[in-house]
Design a protein around this ligand. Structure first.
Ligand code: ADP
Ligand code: MG
Length: 343
């Protein structure tokens, strides 16, 4: 990616997600710090804490998140167990680190529950489209190449015997791009807590977890408008421990023949999912919220009842910019303007 575009993206991310109410009393000022990782600007906001203590905690949390990112990525030159699995001989047994094995099992469960809308077996297809490669694509791949990659996109081709993992097809490759950021956020929050932090937000470009409160008041979390740069279409008021993750078609995309092609793929077609332009999930941890936001994006508003039945809250905007909220509200959601909300 060229530098000006990267910088522009950084600025947009910075405006994007968290709207922390500015405190104008004599309370301890918030401590802000950010680090670029996982392809995005990760922002830490800590409230009601001394600066030195906050910065120590943030540095430890950021290091842990970078460790997670390195352990799960399928990009770059550094070796890791996921890349080794993806390169393993089909049918051979591979031992994955416990952490990767656990996240893979969670991923497979969510894949099943979401009817395959979210799948960790999407690696070959993701690599083919190439949205996360150093040189992002400018046109879609050939249909024959998509069909070829799709042969491996099937969780039945991933086997676990309680100890070792196998992939059964050369095109079956893991990609944790739809869940690892959430898991990294959960680990980051855990490390902050180990450092005695009680009030914080870890926001990785619109994927976040909040704990505690903002000087006794709720945190205000804006949801970025997918078609109006720098604007939000609604906001949430949260306190306590909650995760809010948004999947959108505006982060990594290209236009080709007047059509938008983006990085959230429909495993049923092998093409970018078209039922939503933004999908937000509010859940008890960021790992779940991340995976389900990808699933909700792919399935669209029709998946809201399922999500709600599982105790999660969802907000979907479809291609016509209509907003759907479902029936479960774990936290209050406020629309930025008066556009109708469909239940
Ligand atoms: P973001 O990374 O922008 O937060 P998501 O959480 O929705 O967005 O994850 C998108 C990433 O997940 C893609 O870059 C790709 O690596 C992977 N992915 C794309 N489509 C799917 C899918 N249907 N199921 C699981 N992972 C997916
Ligand atoms: Mg996701």
């Amino acid at each position: 990616m060229s530098r000006p575009i990267l910088l522009l993206r950084l600025v947009l991310f910075a405006i994007a997600s968290v709207l922390v109410t500015v405190s104008c009393t004599s309370q301890t000022p918030d401590v802000h710090e950010s680090r670029f990782m996982m392809g995005t600007l990760v922002q830490f906001t800590l409230a009601d804490i001394e600066k030195d203590k906050a910065l120590d905690a943030i540095h430890a949390a950021a290091d842990e998140m970078q460790r997670v990112a390195d352990a799960f990525t399928i990009y770059g030159d550094k070796a890791n167990a996921v890349k080794a699995f993806n390169a393993s001989k089909p049918g051979s047994r591979v031992i994955l680190p416990e952490e990767v094995s656990d996240v893979l099992q969670t991923s497979l469960r969510i894949s099943k529950q979401s009817g395959g809308a979210f799948t960790p077996a999407i690696g070959s297809l993701s690599l083919l489209w190439g949205f996360s490669l150093p040189n992002p694509p400018v046109q879609p791949p050939a249909e024959t190449a998509i069909k070829h990659a799709l042969r491996g996109v099937d969780t039945d081709l991933i086997e676990f015997d309680g100890k070792t993992w196998k992939r059964l097809h050369a095109e079956t490759k893991l990609d944790f791009g739809g869940i690892a950021k959430g898991y990294a956020i959960d680990r980051g929050i855990e490390v902050l807590r180990e450092h005695g932090i009680r009030n914080a937000i870890v926001d990785a470009g619109g994927d976040l977890r909040a704990i505690g409160s903002h000087n006794g008041k709720p945190w205000r979390i804006g949801i970025r408008h997918p078609r109006q740069a720098g604007k939000i279409f609604g906001w949430l008021e949260v306190h306590g421990d909650i995760s809010i993750v948004t999947s959108g078609d505006y982060e990594r995309f290209f236009m080709y023949n007047g059509k938008r092609y983006h990085h959230i793929l429909n495993p049923a077609s092998g093409h970018p999912a078209r039922r939503s332009i933004s999908a937000t999930v509010i859940a008890k941890n960021a790992t779940l919220a991340d995976a389900w936001s990808t699933a909700l994006f792919v399935q669209g508003a029709k998946a809201l009842p399922l999500l709600n039945a599982k105790g999660m809250q969802g907000i979907v905007m479809d291609a016509g910019q209509k907003i759907y909220t479902g029936s479960v509200a774990l936290v209050p959601f406020h629309l930025e303007n008066s556009k109708a909300v469909e239940e």
